[in-house]
Design a protein around this ligand. Structure first.
Ligand SMILES: O=P(O)(O)OC[C@H]1O[C@H](OP(=O)(O)OP(=O)(O)O)[C@H](O)[C@@H]1O
Ligand SMILES: O=c1cc[nH]c(=O)[nH]1
Ligand SMILES: [Mg+2]
Length: 208
């Protein structure tokens, strides 16, 4: 699997801010969207463009536009919603495919509870967003659904990835590209990423 760690100074700085133990809900939420925006910039850097002629201020002019534009953004509920505003800044017309998956606290296995997917997934690029790739189970469960609908170009965007999750996702779906702001050390005995961000869903939604 292709793993792109986005090492831009803005990304590193913002992830550093997110690691503060005393961060407020407001700041965590804002930063999740901002890093989501920066990851999207990177994850769309290979989109094909085509040259078209438009009517400019001084007559016809050749400009480039993105070819096709068939994209679906796939937030994994809940925490993936926290990155959505940033992702949609760059892809305002993208279709949204919502997938609900939570991780069982005891078994750490993903539990799928909701899906509402865009049409024509076999023709769309899917950008799956979730702040945390821990064991990888939730991301794999979401991609299982997209693959079952024939989706061929899948990009996963996460804020923090654990080596364990990268390995699992790469074994399940070697053709997926993972964009992450950080690759952390390991998972603890409760399946939390160390040093990580803590429980991203709770921090974004202000729950505990
Ligand atoms: O890689 P995994 O081991 O599957 O863990 C990562 C998942 O855990 C978190 O969701 P959580 O289950 O806390 O649900 P929430 O977003 O509703 O809080 C996170 O947002 C990922 O979806
Ligand atoms: O570290 C982790 C692991 C799973 N889910 C989270 O929100 N954080
Ligand atoms: Mg959570």
């Amino acid at each position: 699997m292709n793993v792109v760690t986005v090492n831009h100074p803005l990304v590193k700085h913002k992830i550093g801010l997110m690691r503060r133990g005393d961060i407020s809900t407001k700041n965590f939420r804002e930063l999740a969207a901002e890093v989501g925006s920066l990851l999207t910039y990177e994850a769309t850097s290979d989109l094909a463009t085509e040259t078209v002629t438009i009517e400019g201020w001084n007559g016809p002019v050749e400009v480039e536009q993105i070819q096709g534009k068939k994209i679906t953004v796939v937030p994994i509920l809940r925490a993936g919603l926290g990155m959505m505003d940033g992702v949609l800044e760059h892809l305002p017309g993208a279709r949204i495919s919502v997938v609900g998956v939570y991780r069982d606290e005891e078994t750490l296995k993903p539990v799928h509870y909701f899906q509402k997917l865009a049409s024509d997934l076999q023709e769309r690029i899917a950008i799956v967003v979730d702040p945390m790739l821990a064991t990888g189970g939730s991301m794999i469960a979401a991609i299982d659904l997209l693959k079952a609908k024939g989706c061929k170009d899948i990009r996963a965007l996460v804020l923090v990835a654990a080596p364990e999750g990268i390995k699992a996702l790469g074994e399940a779906y070697p053709d997926v590209t993972l964009y992450t702001a950080a690759v952390d050390s390991h998972l603890n005995e409760n399946g939390y990423i160390i040093p990580g961000l803590g429980d991203a869903g709770d921090k974004i939604f202000g729950t505990k």
